[in-house]
Design a protein around this ligand. Structure first.
Ligand code: UT7
Length: 334
């Protein structure tokens, strides 16, 4: 029988730009209120880059912290996986920016575009590559600069109040320790709902690939059917958590900490309720950073570790839901 190699997260890091944008700041830009944003989403403030900064700049800071935490240097890396829906350039991907910043001349870098599930999709790719023995030291980052492409006006308020800029990084390494590591990762996609949360233009489906009408219509900004997304997220996340736990013959009661994507605190409250678990067993930072898409989960992991909420031997369960639709669950013994 082929013996597959186990992998575990050996380092975490996160970085957000210093500029804070509060709900009160948004009140001055659009028809919204602090009360509406807090009550409907749980967001109180978010971070924003200065023009000229891209997701790779944020990723670089998070990556340095994750590497230091893992006691690795960038020279030790075999692979970089960069998950983002808001890349520096249309092409090449943000992974090549990060690779250059880290000073690693020819280490391969992969960009993954799986939106808010990008971190867990990346974790599965990393886990599989370690399992086959192809790579042993993998840097996985999620980083987003949403603020450059959301509409800070009443027309875009259902989206723009929710999102923030940030980056989270982890190091995934092979391990011979059979007691610890990534136990399960399960991925799902449902493309029939691709138009319910999207940023459509620029689009290669039309010529020219962006028009003045697209700009005037605001079609260059993300569009979302919030209620539909909410309903599906609140159903799919507990479903996938149940599935990964079931495969490992474990129950929600066995989990030490739940770390979910940070799209809406009400979604996460609903997921915990459906799992029969108290909110105190979950880690959330949406109040301070908003929805940072692919960066949300690794940012939470880094903060939860720094706060002593994740310790060696803890069972950590993660889940995400986002555009595509994509959703995923993962279970690991820290
Ligand atoms: O990370 C990717 C996954 N994304 C998600 O999971 C997001 C899922 N969806 C949501 O989080 C929620 O649906 C929202 C927070 C986006 C919206 O909350 P909701 O409770 O579903 O509100 P709604 O869309 O039903 O809108 C209620 C009202 C509407 O006005 P009317 O039609 O009742 O007069 C909206 O126009 O709230 C209005 N509204 C706002 N009002 C003040 C929408 N956005 C805002 C705003 N400020 N920013």
């Amino acid at each position: 029988m082929v013996q597959l190699r186990n992998s575990r997260i050996t380092g975490t890091g996160m970085y957000v730009p210093p500029k804070v944008v509060t709900n009160f700041d948004l009140e001055k830009m659009m028809d919204t209120t602090d009360e509406w944003i807090r009550q409907r989403s749980g967001v109180v403030e978010r971070r924003q880059v200065e023009p000229g900064q891209g997701p790779s700049d944020l990723a670089f800071e998070a990556a340095k912290l994750a590497l230091a935490d893992a006691e690795l240097s960038s020279e030790d890396l075999d692979l970089i996986i960069f998950s983002t829906l808001s890349p520096d350039y249309f092409f090449p991907g943000s992974g090549v920016f990060l690779q250059d910043m880290l000073g690693e001349k020819t280490v391969p870098a992969i960009d993954l575009r799986c939106q808010c599930s990008g971190f867990l999709f990346g974790l599965n790719v990393a886990q599989s590559m370690v399992a086959t023995g192809q790579y042993n030291n993998i840097l996985l980052v999620g980083a987003e600069v949403h603020s450059s492409a959301i509409e800070y006006a009443t027309r875009g308020r259902d989206v723009s109040v929710l999102f923030g800029d940030g980056a989270g990084a982890v190091v995934v390494q092979g391990t011979d320790d059979s007691e610890r590591g990534i136990i399960e990762v399960e991925l799902h996609t449902q493309g029939e709902f691709r138009d319910l949360l999207k940023m459509e233009f620029p689009s290669m489906r039309q010529r020219p690939f962006v028009t003045t009408k697209n700009v005037e219509d605001g079609a260059i900004y993300p569009r979302m059917d919030g209620r539909h997304v909410f309903k599906h997220a609140a159903r799919r996340m507990p479903e996938v958590v149940g599935s990964v736990l079931g495969k490992a013959q474990l129950s929600p009661d066995d989990v030490d900490l739940f770390v979910f994507h940070q799209a809406n605190l009400r979604i996460n409250e609903m997921v915990m309720k459906r799992l029969g678990q108290p909110m105190e067993k979950s880690f959330n930072n949406i109040d301070r950073y908003g929805n940072c898409s692919a960066a949300s989960i690794p940012m939470c992991l880094a903060e939860a570790r720094a706060a002593g909420r994740i310790n060696d031997g803890d069972l950590v369960c993660m889940a995400s839901f986002g555009a595509g639709y994509t959703w995923a669950g993962a279970l690991l013994r820290w």
